[in-house]
Structures are given as structure tokens and as C-alpha cells.
Design a protein around this ligand. Structure first.
Ligand code: AP5
Ligand code: MG
Length: 193
């Protein structure tokens, strides 16, 4: 399996990673993979591993890296042969997962990585996810009581990746606190620079 281009989308819970990632994948004819969705699919299988994953997701915490490593390689191996590029939502989630990505560069022939880091003020994220919960989201982690844990995991685990990725020259900062269309426009412009 060879994937030349990867666009990674990171950001706090509710920042619009999924909304923008799916849109971008359609525009570019890339594959879209949300690590969170892959993990929720595992949880739904009801297997022993699935049940353990479900417990961690529902509590708003991050899944252990040893499991993520295996699951990430499964994702890569399952991409179609004609894959033009990959939009990867939510991976790497912290500095400990970064070496998994680094190792993938040579293994899968990745030539270009761009990272979109979407930021939105905490209170707006809380509102967005509360309203998604009220609108009947099936995600147990959309419970308002879980938001603080999800945001705290972001703050302590994912946010530190930002400086690291900037140093690597991979980072594109995106203001997620604007309309969906304007965020998409900013992404398009920054990717093209
Ligand atoms: P994951 O599925 O990645 O969830 P998350 O990071 O908590 O983020 P969300 O999916 O809730 O939000 P989003 O940023 O995709 O925003 P969305 O577009 O939906 O991860 C879930 C769990 O899986 C983690 O907690 C962890 O346990 C585990 N996990 C995942 N990856 C992992 C990894 N690599 N390692 C270990 N564990 C991992 O938008 C949110 C809402 O806002 C929607 O209702 C949307 O319509 C609305 N919206 C979007 N854009 C806008 C806008 N511009 N203005 C107004 N509303 C907007
Ligand atoms: Mg999402």
C-alpha cells in the first residue's frame, strides 16, 4: 500500500474535524478516515477489545497507544489500491503517537504531510457538543458531564503536538470559530500555499 499525500486534521472535541475532513475528502477525491469513528466501530463489535475501547471513549479519555498502533496500521492496509490521498482525522493524538506516523512515512511511501490544527474557544465547543447531544447524537461522550474530561485530554495530550508539528514545518493553523464555509475556505487557501 502506497499513500503519497496525507492531510491530518487535529483540534479539540467539536472543532469541526469531521465536518471539514469529509468536505475536503470529497473535494480532493481523497479517502477520509476518522480515528474516533474507527474506534467507535470497534466498540460496536462487542468483542473484548471493543468493550474495553468503548469504556475509554465513553469516559472521554484517550485510547492506549499500543492499541492505536495496531489499529492505525489496519487502517492503512485497508485503504483502496487507487487511493489518491488520505484525510486522517484525530491521529496522532499525542506526542507518544507521533513516532507511529513517522514510521509510516517510509513504510507506506508517504511523500507529503500537512497538518490542519483547528482551534475554537472552549465555551463554543461545549455549546456545539451540547447541542449535538440534544439533537439526538448517539455518542455517549456527548454527555455534557464528559466534555471537561475530553477537553482536558485535548489540552494536556493533543495541544502539545502543535508546537512540535510547527517545528517540523507541517503545521497549518486554522481558525475554527467561523462559519463552516469560511473555515473550509481558510483550509483550502492554506493548503494551497
Ligand atoms: P473523535 O471522534 O475524534 O472525537 P473528538 O475529538 O472528541 O471530536 P468530535 O468528533 O466530537 O468533533 P469534531 O472535531 O469532529 O467536530 P464535528 O465536525 O463533529 O474521538 C472520540 C474518542 O475516540 C476520543 O475521545 C478518544 O477516546 C478516541 N480516539 C480518537 N482518536 C484517537 C487516537 N488517535 N488515539 C487515542 N484515542 C483516540 O463538529 C462538532 C459539532 O459542531 C457538529 O454538530 C457540527 O455540525 C458543528 N460544527 C462544525 N463546524 C462548525 C462551525 N464552523 N460552526 C458551528 N458549528 C459547527
Ligand atoms: Mg469527529
Amino acid at each position: 500500500m502506497k499513500v503519497t499525500n496525507i492531510i491530518i486534521i487535529l483540534g479539540p472535541p467539536g472543532s469541526g474535524k469531521g465536518t471539514q475532513g469529509k468536505k475536503l475528502a470529497e473535494d480532493l477525491h481523497y479517502e477520509y478516515v476518522s480515528m474516533g469513528q474507527v474506534l467507535r466501530n470497534y466498540a460496536d463489535t462487542g468483542s473484548d477489545l471493543g468493550l474495553k475501547i468503548k469504556e475509554v471513549i465513553d469516559a472521554g479519555r484517550i485510547i492506549p497507544d499500543s492499541w492505536i498502533k495496531i489499529i492505525f496500521h489496519e487502517v492503512m492496509m485497508n485503504l483502496p489500491d487507487d487511493c489518491r490521498g488520505l484525510i486522517l482525522d484525530g491521529f496522532p493524538r499525542d506526542l507518544d503517537q507521533e513516532p507511529i506516523l513517522e514510521d509510516a512515512v517510509s513504510r507506506y511511501g508517504i511523500e507529503k504531510i500537512q497538518v490542519l490544527f483547528i482551534e475554537v474557544p472552549e465555551e463554543k465547543l461545549r455549546e456545539r457538543l451540547n447541542s449535538r447531544g440534544r439533537a439526538g447524537s448517539l455518542r455517549a461522550d456527548d454527555d455534557p458531564k464528559i466534555f471537561d474530561t475530553r477537553f482536558d485530554q485535548y489540552r494536556t495530550r493533543t495541544f502539545p503536538l502543535k508546537a512540535y508539528l510547527a517545528k517540523q514545518g507541517l503545521l497549518l493553523e486554522i481558525n475554527g470559530d467561523q462559519s463552516i464555509e469560511n473555515v473550509a475556505e481558510e483550509i483550502k487557501n492554506k493548503l494551497a500555499r
